[in-house]
Ligand binder design. Structure first.
Ligand SMILES: [Zn+2]
Length: 351
């Protein structure tokens, strides 16, 4: 082997390059959850039931090594990652993170980091994707047609009356991840969600106001869909098992904003959380988190305000280049324990 390497400097170089581009030491996965809840309608596929979450944690305890996000970089750089390390994170800040997830995290002694979008704290307001779910999929017929002008473009949909399509289709729970829309109501959700996702906050607010008026429903947050209050965030962080990180104020796409707007989103959400918890907030996750949802400006802002790590929402191996602001995560869906174990095993093998 040595003779062969000596005889081929190019071989040495390519081996070195391969080594450099591989994850160093043992492997680690960062998991992305949103909610631990059981709801009749979940078009964004965010909920894992408490039973399933318990199975996931049991599986992590038996087959993997739970690790804190805050320990990840030092362990990675010192080549001291435990074998099959798993880091748990939650995005958005739903109240079920305290009432459903935390007791199970405590039971299985698995640490987690919860990234909270602060704009709805203390307000009776849902995230727009939940409000859209409420407006389109709760009881009652919809008006026959919708016409709405957004940023100068007029959109029109014809619905007719599709009363019986409240988010369930032949016992299958519909989500936007499926490649079909069983009724016009589902198609409307899909198309509006795609438009609203990229709007700035004030345009989005006027669109939601218009839609609530269109279906004649109030805009108050349902108890099942609210963000944690300041007291609940304190309770979540009490005991030290759960860390808290920032996730902007308005949950808008950062890459579509100016540097000043991005700074406001990032610094204000962090300041709110630091006020609530009276401690420093070091970590962050990007709203939506795809590669196109943040940019170099975002990372410069994170550096400027001194945030130490940021998590994205795309799958991939943890590399030295992932630190500090491109940490890949694997999104977890409502899988039973067996499927969860199979998927994690496959993800580790794929690295
Ligand atoms: Zn989010």
């Amino acid at each position: 082997m040595i003779a062969r390497l000596l005889a081929s400097p190019r071989g040495i170089l390519s081996r070195f390059r391969r080594f450099r581009s591989r994850p160093l030491g043992s492997k680690a996965l960062i998991l992305l959850y949103h909610r631990v809840a059981e709801l009749p309608s979940d078009p964004q596929w965010l909920c894992v039931t408490p039973q399933q979450f318990a199975e996931h944690l049991d599986s992590i305890r038996r087959h993997f090594y739970p690790l804190r996000l805050s320990e990840l970089q030092a362990r990675f750089e010192e080549h001291k990652l435990p074998r099959k390390a798993v880091v748990i994170t939650f995005d958005d800040g739903y109240s079920d993170n305290l009432y459903q997830a935390k007791p199970l995290l405590e039971k299985y002694e698995v640490p987690a980091t919860v990234f909270i979008a602060t704009g709805n704290i203390g307000k009776s307001r849902e995230f727009w994707w939940d409000e859209l779910d409420y407006l389109l999929f709760s009881d009652g017929a919809l008006p026959e047609s919708l016409e709405i002008t957004i940023n100068g473009k007029t959109h029109r949909w014809t619905l007719k009356d599709e009363v019986d399509s409240l988010g369930r289709v032949d016992g299958v729970r519909w989500t936007v991840a499926m490649d079909f829309s069983p009724t016009r109501r589902h198609q409307l959700y899909r198309e509006l969600a795609a438009i609203i996702r990229d709007l700035d906050e004030s345009t989005r607010e006027s669109v939601m106001e218009h839609l609530a008026g269109w279906v004649n429903k109030p805009r108050a947050a349902r108890v099942t869909h609210r963000t944690m209050s300041p007291c609940e965030i304190q309770e979540l962080a009490a005991g030290g098992l759960v860390d808290v990180g920032g996730h902007t104020v308005t949950h808008s796409v950062l890459s579509l904003q100016s540097a000043a707007e991005q700074l406001k989103e990032i610094a204000e959400s962090r300041a709110t959380l630091e006020d609530i918890l009276s401690r420093r907030i070091d970590t962050f996750s990007y709203p939506f988190g795809g590669r196109g949802d943040y940019n170099e400006t975002t990372k410069a802002v994170l550096r400027e305000v001194g945030l130490s790590l940021a998590c994205a929402n795309f799958e991939g191996p943890l590399l030295s280049s992932s630190f500090p602001y491109d940490l890949p995560r694997f999104i977890v869906r409502d899988w039973g324990g067996e499927e969860f174990l199979e998927r994690l095993t496959a993800w580790f093998k794929g690295q």
